[in-house]
Design a protein around this ligand. Structure first.
Ligand code: TYM
Length: 333
């Protein structure tokens, strides 16, 4: 049975983009695969995080994942910093990956901004840690949003180079699983930018912690154009904001954009947005309430994460140890 791995950074509240592009697709995989999901706190500190906030957001992210339907009994859910195989294998990956490969990563360029010299070394080697995350479980299926595609290609390059350099068939090929109309949910303020938990404008995104009033307010204010809704997807060309809102409604109601358009053809965005608000609230309200309930009992949450870390470590540690043996490290006897 192929092993599934995916991760999410606790660098903010999970957004509708995280939910539709990733988390929601993880839930059914618990029953069909051995599934491992990780809150990647090591990745989060590649850009500055206030320590108290990071701790709070890490618990909040774990609660969000459980509230969305990940069951700590049916999958392995844990915090990246709890399992040392990630950092140990990441060091080996740092020595396998080539600078030229890292220099091509568009996410580094986006996140580092204008002043590349001031970016952390961690941000630069971020994709190597990601490769280690996946490969230390010999996971082969990685369900992610579209923005992670390039990182997963790099992870495959690293795995192949490791196998080649050491003359082994040790790391398997990774297959990205990028699903559906919501693989790329865009900002509510700018249809050409992705919705992101680290965007400075809270108006650009729906958070899983938003209640009815803030969802309504954000959607009503979301940028659109003046045209009514077309009857076919071809009518959404060069209308990124319109396309995004139609895609969100399709994803949240489990249908295709064509069906949404057929139903709402000719409507203005004022009316369409009210339909969207109602659908979002109906879907997200139970998640928000369950999150609050889980966060009321941090001891139970922490115990679930400890159990998850134990289970993750049992898989990761032997694979990491074998990788260390392959590169020639003497075992500690
Ligand atoms: P992160 O925390 O940015 O996002 C978590 C997941 O949500 C997806 N996603 C989106 N999908 C659709 N539309 C959006 N606007 C949107 N924004 C985010 C992401 O594609 C991702 O699947 N580097 C990863 C975390 C990571 C990881 C890994 C993932 C670390 N190690 C190993 C897979 C395997 C990240 O920053 O995700």
């Amino acid at each position: 049975q192929p092993r599934v791995f995916s991760g999410i950074q606790p660098s903010g509240v999970p957004t509708l983009g995280n939910y539709l592009g990733a988390i929601r697709n993880w839930v059914p995989m618990q029953d069909t695969h051995e599934a491992i999901f990780c809150v990647v706190d090591l990745h989060a500190i590649t850009v500055w995080q206030d320590p108290k906030e990071l701790a709070r957001q890490t618990r909040e992210m774990a609660a969000a994942l459980i509230a969305c339907g990940l069951d700590p009994k049916r999958c392995t859910l844990f915090l990246q910093s709890h399992v040392h195989a990630h950092t140990r294998l990441a060091w080996i990956m740092n020595c396998v990956a080539r600078l030229g490969w890292l220099n091509r990563m568009t996410q580094f360029k986006d996140k580092a901004g204008k002043d590349k010299e001031a970016a952390s070394a961690g941000l630069y080697v971020y994709p190597n840690l990601m490769a280690a995350d996946i490969l230390t479980y010999h996971a082969t299926l990685v369900p992610v949003g579209d923005d992670q595609r390039q990182h997963l290609e790099l992870a495959n390059d690293i795995a192949q180079k490791f196998n080649h350099d050491y003359g082994v068939e040790f790391f398997p090929r990774i297959e990205p699983l990028i699903q559906g109309v919501a693989a790329r949910v865009m900002s509510l303020r700018d249809g050409t930018k992705k919705m992101s938990k680290s965007d400075p404008s809270d108006q650009s995104r729906i958070n899983l912690t938003d209640d009815h009033d803030s969802i309504a307010q954000k959607i009503r204010k979301a940028r659109t154009d003046a045209e009514p809704l077309p009857g076919h997807a071809s009518g959404l060309e060069n209308r990124p904001e319109a396309r995004n809102l139609v895609g969100i409604l399709a994803a949240i109601t489990g249908t295709l954009p064509e069906n949404v358009l057929r139903e709402h053809e000719g409507k203005g965005f004022g009316a369409f947005k009210e339909v969207l608000v109602a659908a979002l609230v109906a879907h997200l309200d139970p998640i928000r309430k369950e999150m609050a309930r889980l966060l009321d009992d941090p001891a139970t949450l922490d115990a679930q994460l400890r159990l998850g870390a134990d289970r993750a470590e049992a898989v990761a540690a032997p694979i990491c140890a074998r990788a260390e043996e392959i590169v020639g490290f003497l075992p500690r006897r």
